[in-house]
Design a protein around this ligand. Structure first.
Ligand code: ADP
Length: 566
C-alpha cells in the first residue's frame, strides 16, 4: 500500500504539473506577443513594470520581465522603486533553463510573495543583446493540497486494511489455539488411544477430518508392517537390514537362530553384534560403492557354521544382508571331494600292477596265439584308459581342493604355447593334420603355474586333434588390452549349440561312444576350466557343427617389465 501511495502521488503530481505548464505556456504566448510589439521599450523600467502590472492583473498571474543578465526590469508584484533592490535572477532555475533551452520551469517557495509558486519562463527575441526573459508565476498550492489529500486517503485505506487483517488473524489464531488445545499433550494419548481403538468422541469437524485421515494412514502402515513382518519372519534365510551409517535396523528370527548375537544387535554395527570376520568390511564397501557382493563366512564360536552372505545396497542408501546356512552343503561337498581323491588314489596302485603284468604277459606270449594276443592288447588299452581317467580325477581333485594357485610366477605366454605345441606334435602328425601356431610379435606375460597352464592348452589341443579328421589345428596367442588370449582353432566336427553350455561339466560328452572309443575321460575340459579359474581367467567357446570349433582361454595380462617396454 505504501508503494502504491508513492506511485499514485507521482502520477498525480505529474498530471497537475503538466496541466499547469500547458496553461501558463498559452498565457506566456499572449504576453510574448504584447511584449514583442514594444521591443524598443525593453530598456525602460518604468514602462516595462507598468506593462507587467497590467498584464498581471489581466491574466491573474504574477508577471516578471528579466534581462538576459538577470536584472528584473518589471514585476507585477513589486513596486517600481523596489525593483532595483532585487537580487539578480540569472541563477533562478527556470530562468537559467529558459536562457539555455528557450523555456524552463520550477516550483519553489517565493520570498517575495511568501507562498509556493509555480514558475514558467520563456526567452523572447532572437538576437543576442536584444533578448528578454518573460516569467509567469501562479500559486502552486493546488498541487500540495491534492498531494496532502491523497496521502490522507491512502493512510485511511491502510489503517482499514490493518484492522481487517488484525480481525481475520485473531479469529484464525483463536481457531488454531482451540485445535491445539484439543490435541494438546495432555489428551494426545487419549486421542491416540481413540484412533487405535476406533472409538469416537465429539470433536470439532476440522479435528474430526484429521482424525479420519490419521486413522486411514495408521491402518495402511499397520498392514504394510504386518506384511513385511510376515515375510521377514517366514524366511529361511537370515535377514539383516542396515541404515546408511551401517547400523543394524532389523534382524529376523531366522538370523537369530543362525547366529548368536553378543548383544542386542539393533542400533549397532555388525562387528559389535556378531563374530563374523569380513562382514563389517563387506557392508561398508557395499554402502560405499552401491554394489552387491557375495561372500562365504565361517562363523567363529562354538557352532562354526559356514554362511553364504549376500550383501546388496538398498534404495535408502543402506544395505541388506541375506544369510544362508551352507554348512551341510559344504560338508557333503568336502566328503565327495575326499571320496573321489581317496578312491582315485587307491585305484592307482592296482592299476599300475595290472598294467605291468599285462605288459609282461604281452612280451612273454609265444607267436601264434593270436586270440590271446588280441585279448591282452584289449586289456592293455583299457588299463591305459583307466589310468588316464584316474590321473585326471586326481588332478581335478587337487585343483578343486586348492581353489587357487599353488605355485605362481610370471611367465611368457608364447613360451607356454610352444611347450604345449611340442607335446601334441606327434599326435597331430600321426593323424596327418597340419599343426600351426600364430603368435603376436609383442611379448605378453601372465602370472601363474606354467605346468598347469601348459596342461590346459594340451587338453584343448588334444581335443582339437581328436575331433578333427581333416584340415588343421591352429594355436594363436594375442595380447588384447589387459588380457592375453590363447585360442585353439580346429576344422573338425564342431559341437551343436545345445551342448555348449554343458561341455565343461565333469564326464559330459557330446557323443559318448565316439569319445570312449578315442580314450576320452570326459574330464579334460573340466580340468581346463578349473585351471583357468584358479588363474583368475575365463574360457569361451565358439563352434559350428561340421566346420570346427574355437576354444579361447583368456587370462589377465601381467605387466612384466618387458611388456611395458614393447
Ligand atoms: P573328452 O575326454 O571326452 O574329450 P572333454 O571334457 O575334453 O572330454 O570334452 C568334453 C566333450 O566336449 C567331448 O566329449 C566332445 O564331445 C566335446 N569337445 C571338446 N572339444 C571339442 C572339439 N575341439 N571339437 C568337437 N568337440 C569337442
Amino acid at each position: 500500500m505504501v508503494s502504491l501511495g508513492v506511485v499514485a502521488e507521482r502520477v498525480l503530481e505529474e498530471g497537475i504539473v503538466n496541466q499547469m505548464r500547458e496553461l501558463l505556456l498559452k498565457q506566456i504566448e499572449v504576453v510574448k506577443s504584447t511584449v514583442t510589439e514594444r521591443q524598443d521599450s525593453w530598456q525602460s523600467i518604468l514602462y516595462m513594470d507598468e506593462l507587467a502590472d497590467r498584464l498581471g492583473s489581466k491574466l491573474m498571474v504574477r508577471v516578471t520581465f528579466i534581462s538576459p543578465q538577470g536584472k528584473v526590469v518589471g514585476d507585477s508584484h513589486v513596486e517600481t522603486a523596489d525593483l532595483a533592490r532585487l537580487e539578480t535572477h540569472a541563477r533562478r532555475p527556470e530562468v537559467k533553463e529558459a536562457l539555455q533551452k528557450g523555456t524552463g520551469w520550477d516550483i519553489r517557495y517565493s520570498n517575495t510573495v511568501g507562498v509556493d509558486l509555480f514558475y514558467l519562463a520563456s526567452l523572447c527575441g532572437a538576437r543576442e543583446g536584444s533578448q528578454l526573459v518573460i516569467r509567469l508565476a501562479v500559486p502552486a498550492g493546488g498541487i500540495f493540497q491534492a498531494k496532502a489529500r491523497l496521502k490522507a486517503q491512502m493512510g485511511g485505506i491502510f489503517l482499514l486494511g490493518l484492522a481487517v487483517l488484525f480481525l481475520a488473524g485473531r479469529s484464525l489464531g483463536k481457531k488454531l489455539s482451540e485445535w491445539r488445545n484439543e490435541v494438546s499433550r495432555d489428551n494426545l494419548e487419549a486421542l491416540w488411544g481413540e484412533l487405535l481403538s476406533g472409538e469416537e468422541s465429539p470433536v470439532e469437524p476440522g479435528v474430526h477430518n484429521i482424525k479420519v485421515k490419521l486413522r486411514e494412514s495408521i491402518s495402511t502402515l499397520r498392514e504394510a508392517k504386518d506384511r513385511l513382518e510376515a515375510v521377514l519372519h517366514g524366511m529361511v534365510e537370515g535377514v539383516m537390514l542396515l541404515d546408511p551409517k551401517g547400523r543394524i535396523q532389523i534382524v529376523n528370527s531366522a538370523l537369530g537362530a543362525l547366529l548368536e548375537a553378543r548383544v542386542d544387535p539393533v542400533g549397532r554395527s555388525p562387528a559389535e553384534a556378531y563374530r563374523l570376520p569380513g562382514l563389517q568390511e563387506a557392508v561398508e564397501e557395499c554402502i560405499g560403492d552401491r554394489r552387491a557382493r557375495l561372500l562365504e563366512i565361517k562363523s567363529k564360536g562354538a557352532t562354526g557354521k559356514v554362511l553364504e552372505v549376500q550383501v546388496s545396497p538398498t534404495p535408502q542408501g543402506g544395505a541388506v544382508a541375506l544369510f544362508r546356512d551352507v554348512t551341510e552343503k559344504k560338508r557333503l561337498e568336502e566328503m565327495r571331494k575326499n571320496l573321489i581323491a581317496n578312491v582315485s588314489h587307491e585305484l592307482r596302485t592296482p592299476l599300475t600292477a595290472i598294467r605291468g603284468a599285462v605288459e609282461g604277459l604281452m612280451d612273454e606270449l609265444p607267436e601264434g596265439l593270436q586270440q590271446t594276443q588280441r585279448f591282452a592288447n584289449m586289456i592293455h588299452r583299457q588299463v591305459l584308459r583307466l589310468e588316464k581317467m584316474v590321473k585326471d580325477l586326481l588332478d581335478l581333485s587337487k585343483l578343486e581342493a586348492e581353489g587357487r594357485l599353488s605355485e605362481s610366477k610370471i611367465v611368457e605366454a608364447r613360451e607356454i604355447a610352444r611347450e604345449a605345441m611340442e607335446s601334441v606334435k606327434e599326435m597331430a602328425e600321426a593323424k596327418g593334420l597340419e599343426l600351426q601356431s600364430s603368435f603376436t610379435s609383442a611379448q605378453a606375460h601372465v602370472r601363474g603355474n606354467p605346468r598347469e597352464l601348459e596342461q590346459a592348452l594340451v587338453n584343448l589341443l588334444t581335443n582339437a586333434i581328436q575331433f578333427t579328421e581333416r584340415g588343421r589345428v591352429v594355436l594363436r596367442v594375442e595380447a588384447v588390452g589387459n588380457e592375453v588370449h590363447f585360442s585353439v582353432e580346429d576344422t573338425g566336427v564342431g559341437i551343436p549349440e545345445e551342448h555348449l553350455p554343458r561341455i565343461f561339466e565333469r564326464f559330459y560328452r557330446v557323443d559318448r561312444d565316439r569319445s570312449r572309443e578315442k580314450g576320452g575321460s570326459g574330464l579334460g575340459l573340466s580340468i581346463v576350466k578349473h585351471i583357468v579359474q584358479n588363474h583368475g581367467g575365463r574360457v569361451e567357446v565358439q563352434s559350428t557343427p561340421g566346420q570346427g570349433s574355437i576354444f579361447r582361454v583368456i587370462l589377465p595380462r601381467s605387466g612384466g617389465e618387458e611388456d611395458s617396454k614393447l
